[in-house]
Design a protein around this ligand. Structure first.
Ligand SMILES: *[C@@H]1O[C@H](CO)[C@@H](O)[C@H](O)[C@H]1NC(C)=O
Ligand SMILES: *[C@@H]1O[C@H](CO)[C@@H](O)[C@H](O)[C@H]1NC(C)=O
Ligand SMILES: *[C@@H]1O[C@H](CO)[C@@H](O)[C@H](O)[C@H]1NC(C)=O
Ligand SMILES: *[C@@H]1O[C@H](CO)[C@@H](O)[C@H](O)[C@H]1NC(C)=O
Length: 512
């Protein structure tokens, strides 16, 4: 009886929670990962309020309140990140603070509907969910005095590991912004080590204090230090697959989810369906994703691509965002927007030329289409390296791309069966999992609601001084003992040497 009452109460609490979520990043490739989660939470009877630049606007979701901050798209430009893709992770983080986190966060918090919730002394929430990227938003956890869950649409972000006390290792799991592959050369190991130390110090001593000042403007001076709120996160859900990220040890509070955004039953518009059905010689699908506009790549690169496409015996379907593609060859079809999953599902599509976004790669693997990678920035370099390392396609470098290189890469990927076989094999592996990414995410979020946080999962690393973690005191002691012992032995030798020599000398004299 007691048990069933407890069970009832627990289930009840978890099924009717009041959830506040803020997913700040104006980028569809981030938002598509979060959308299914807030949708599903609302369908399971939670009352969800979400701040997002990409609301679902689905009137059947009656438990969902979406605050549309799509104006954020006009505030920020990716160009600074694309131009500085060679920056080390700590420099990119600083860039993100100046060009992205600060302006986006402030504009979203000044948005009237968000302001209203912030100023309302009666607003009450049981849980806060925040994208792990936009740190000042963690202040909502303080404002509502609620446990909070972090979400990330990127794998391997160092700040997420640092927040839950997951050990970072510069060689086993280098920061994804470094773009390194599975095996690091000596110089890469050296740079990764430097980069990690620099990143940690800069984040803790320069960036976090700055973010704390920004958050304080909105949440008030009574707020605990933002860095402490960050480390108070209950769990972090991070998108992951074993193809773009190496397997790594994770603390229980760092939960890897994958393939959350896949819809699976997307239909092609009729005109496109006809075009693709007709193209029995094969279709190459070319899209640089939602962040990099192919209408915005350099004209030199565009000409290389166009001249190469013109010589191929295939139909090319190109996601091109303006009305006119200058010099468009006859075998090229352009569309401003494409239902990517439906395109990849079409049997005539033979290969996918991608910028290497995580979601695009997951879709390609699901629909078993071999890849040609053409990276521009952020984690794309690393993802594209993993295409080649896993043998599911060919990696290209946009800086040194020529007509011949692109053409031969496409011909190779279409004609050599090994790429298709390998990606099919990996597809089978990726789907053989105990629970879908979405179910895993929802289960853990409700777990945090049921237990009002997850303090028991807190990694001991978060409360350990760095010198203890690095064993500096232990090593100092051991080396001290060894040095003292050796020193004493040496001193003993020096002091006893004349005596021994004297004795030996006397004996020698005697025997003579
Ligand atoms: C809304 O939540 C209630 C429980 O609070 C649930 O019974 C209902 O199915 C939910 N409706 C929708 C459309 O999700
Ligand atoms: C909320 O509380 C603060 C201080 O606790 C007060 O200054 C403010 O006027 C209150 N706001 C409303 C809308 O009641
Ligand atoms: C950590 O979270 C708990 C409740 O979830 C809260 O009571 C506490 O004040 C938080 N501490 C910090 C530093 O945010
Ligand atoms: C390309 O990028 C530049 C620089 O950021 C921008 O001014 C321009 O509007 C972009 N063009 C298109 C077609 O997106």
């Amino acid at each position: 009886m007691f048990r069933s009452v407890c069970f009832f109460i627990i289930v009840n609490v978890a099924s009717g929670a009041n959830i506040f979520a803020i997913f700040s990043t104006p980028s569809i490739s981030h938002q598509v990962v979060f959308q299914p989660i807030w949708r599903e939470l609302s369908l399971r009877g939670h009352k969800v309020t979400v701040v997002t630049p990409n609301p679902l606007k689905d009137p059947t979701l009656t438990n969902l309140t979406e605050i549309d901050v799509s104006h954020s798209y006009s505030i920020f430009s990716l160009q600074a990140f694309i131009d500085n893709s060679h920056f080390l992770p700590h420099q990119q983080m600083k860039l993100a603070v100046d060009y992205f986190i600060k302006p986006i966060f402030e504009s979203q918090l000044n948005y009237p509907d968000v302001m209203k919730i912030l100023k309302d002394n009666n607003s009450h929430f049981d849980l806060v969910i925040s994208e792990m990227f936009c740190a000042p938003a963690y202040g909502f956890a303080y404002k509502f005095n609620a446990p909070w869950v972090g979400m990330l649409s990127l794998p391997d972000m160092s700040t997420a590991s640092m927040a839950v006390g997951n050990p970072l290792h510069p060689v086993l799991n280098p920061d994804s912004m470094l773009g390194y592959g599975r095996r690091l050369s000596f110089w890469e190991r050296l740079i990764s080590t430097y980069s990690q130390i620099r990143y940690t110090l800069r984040y803790d001593y320069e960036i976090m204090p700055e973010l704390d000042r920004i958050a304080r403007k909105y949440f008030g001076d009574d707020m605990p230090y933002l860095g402490d709120i960050e480390k108070n996160v209950s769990i972090i859900l991070t998108t992951h697959n074993f193809i773009t990220s190496k397997p790594k040890p994770t603390v229980p509070a760092l939960i890897e989810i994958g393939n959350v955004h896949l819809k699976k039953n997307v239909k092609l518009p009729q005109d496109l369906q006809k075009e693709l059905d007709k193209a029995t010689n094969g279709v190459i699908y070319f899209s640089l994703g939602s962040n990099v506009k192919s209408a915005n790549i350099s004209s030199q690169l565009r000409n290389v691509i166009i001249s190469s496409f013109a010589e191929l015996p295939y139909t090319i379907l190109w996601k091109w965002e303006t009305d006119h593609l200058p010099g468009k060859p006859d075998n090229v079809i352009t569309r401003k927007w494409l239902p990517q999953e439906a395109v990849l599902a079409h049997p005539n599509v033979k290969a996918f030329i991608t910028q290497g976004g995580l979601q695009s790669m997951e879709e390609a693997i699901y629909y078993r289409k071999p890849l040609i990678g053409m990276p521009f920035f952020a984690d794309q370099m690393k993802n594209v390296r993993s295409i080649a390392e896993h043998g599911i396609g060919v990696a290209l470098n946009t800086d040194t791309l020529t007509k011949e290189k692109l053409k031969s890469a496409i011909l190779e990927v279409v004609n050599d069966k090994k790429y298709k076989e390998k990606i099919s094999e990996l597809s089978d592996l990726m789907w053989d999992q105990p629970m879908s990414g979405l179910d895993t995410a929802i289960w853990w979020i409700e777990y945090v609601i049921r237990h009002k946080g997850a303090k028991h999962l807190r990694s001991p690393l978060l409360d350990l001084p760095l010198y203890q973690y690095l064993l500096l005191d232990v090593l100092a002691f051991v080396f001290g003992v060894i040095a003292t012992t050796l020193g004493l032995l040496y001193a003993a030798y020096i002091y006893t040497k004349p005596v021994i020599q004297g004795v030996v000398g006397k004996n020698k004299v005697k025997s003579n």
